[in-house]
Ligand binder design. Structure first.
Ligand code: SF4
Length: 455
């Protein structure tokens, strides 16, 4: 695993994840699509859930413009690389894709290439434009300009922040804020996504109502620091409460410990339809490192938040992000992190080795930690997290759970679902995504529970 600079939960490259917006026929009622023009487009998404969501928006634009979506470069007239900048070698990886696309362009297969997302917003994009045959470069703020590029009448008609996401899908991401007002030493988000902008509450709720009417049952509120959301005296807790009155199932990510209010934690425990999983990135257990990173809180504050969460949401799951080997991290700092892991008993964590990113403060910092030391610390953190998670998951064995199916059964007959407490479950069932099944947990590993469908 490599370094992540953002608090947005960093998933593996999302090109490996089941696409979110393959729209069923029922969604066509909401959008008047032109006749199929015979043109094809392939969107390749890298990085976090914000990028998945941005890709959904772009997907709507290309479908509106009469393209059909294809899965391989060879079949595509237009290829959109929606990129992530937070991983080590991110730019090199994209160069590999651009090289391949250059070859396909020369052979007359691919006609246009668009580079979007965080690399599109970065300085490197200029160099990439010079080196490769790229037809359009967009950052994270102006993805709407893709509309004009694919021949939609005007930008304004499609540039609607309230653009419905994935109507007809069982689950959808709804962006409630973009950007970030923090300045964490290692993070590119403030420079590529800008300062925080919050969407108005009514606008968010209207979008969710439309999604729910269209069949969506699971809403994930999305933002770099969702719990920093504000509007006219209203705070994130007010928004979450309101959304929970409209959506059948709600979750949110990612939170910042400085913004997380006790009343939000209480609300998670009180409302049955809020998924009882909190993703609260801590990054380090050392106050010294938290200060160097400019995280804005001390480890005791974090521990107190976790205490409140465990009290208010006794059945909930807690996940976090941890960066190992940030410049100037000492062995004692690392020990502090291990202590915090023991104290908090995380159910899961994204553990990242520090990776210097251009445009961040940390790239200029002295005191780099040698690679072999980083590797050793990384393994220690990982083992500690997994040990805790395994012990906690073992306690679920024998319980009967209501499981929300997220991904349909595979060839072995196993579907992937999620309990209300936020545990991932592999369950034998024919149920479709969006359905609930009841099942008994038979066994558990550190990352996942296993169940037979008892429905
Ligand atoms: S709080 Fe903001 S600056 Fe800090 S890691 Fe998260 S997104 Fe980056």
């Amino acid at each position: 695993m490599t370094s992540c600079a953002s608090d947005t939960q960093a998933s593996p490259e999302t090109s490996q994840i089941v696409p979110l917006s393959r729209k069923p026929a029922s969604s066509e009622a909401f959008v008047s699509r032109p006749e199929n023009t015979g043109k094809t487009a392939c969107i390749r998404t890298f990085g976090c859930q914000m990028n998945v969501h941005d890709s959904d928006r772009m997907r709507r634009m290309i479908l509106d413009a009469g393209y059909s979506e294809v899965q391989t470069y060879e079949e595509a007239d237009l290829v959109i690389l929606n990129t992530c900048y937070v991983r080590e070698n991110a730019v090199n990886r994209i160069k590999g894709h651009l090289g391949e696309l250059g070859r396909l362009k020369r052979e007359g297969r691919v006609k246009k290439v668009a580079l979007t997302g965080c690399i599109g917003a970065s300085e490197e994009s200029r160099e990439l434009e010079r080196q490769y045959a790229i037809d359009l470069v967009l950052g994270t703020h102006n993805t709407y300009e893709l509309a004009e590029f694919v021949g939609l009448p005007t930008m304004q008609e499609t540039h609607t922040p309230e653009l419905p996401g994935t109507i007809g899908e069982h689950s959808a991401f709804v962006t409630i804020m973009t950007g970030c007002n923090y300045q964490c030493s290692y993070c590119v988000v403030p420079s590529v996504r800008g300062r925080m902008i919050c969407r108005p509450l009514e606008n968010i709720v209207e979008e969710i109502e439309r999604l729910v009417e269209g069949g969506t049952s699971y809403i994930t509120l999305l933002g770099q620091t969702v719990d920093a959301w504000r509007e006219k005296g209203k705070r994130f807790c007010d928004l979450l409460e309101r959304v929970s009155e409209v959506a059948p199932r709600v979750w949110f990510t990612t939170s910042h410990p400085s913004n997380m209010e006790d009343r939000t934690l209480r609300l998670i425990g009180e409302r049955e339809n809020i998924v009882k999983r909190l993703h609260l990135p801590v990054q380090s257990g050392s106050d010294r490192m938290l200060k160097i990173m400019h995280r804005g809180y001390k480890s005791d504050r974090y521990r107190r938040k976790v205490e409140v969460f465990r009290k208010e949401v006794p059945d909930g799951t807690l996940s976090t992000d941890i960066i190992v080997g940030h410049p100037q991290e000492t062995e004692e700092d690392h020990r502090e992190t291990l202590r915090l892991i023991e104290d908090c008993g995380f159910d899961s964590a994204y553990v990242f080795k520090f990776s210097p990113r251009r445009g961040t403060e940390a790239i200029k910092m002295e005191g780099a930690v040698p690679e072999d030391v980083v590797q050793k610390r990384f393994m220690e953190v990982l083992r500690s997290i997994e040990r805790n998670a395994f012990e906690r998951n073992q306690k679920k064995i024998g319980s009967e759970e209501e499981i929300y199916i997220r991904h349909p059964r595979n060839d072995e007959g196993v579907a992937i679902g999620e309990t209300w407490s936020g545990h991932a479950v592999h369950v034998n069932t024919n149920a479709s995504p969006g359905d609930y099944v009841r099942a008994r947990i038979d066994s558990a590993g550190p990352h996942v529970l296993y169940a037979r469908n008892s429905a």
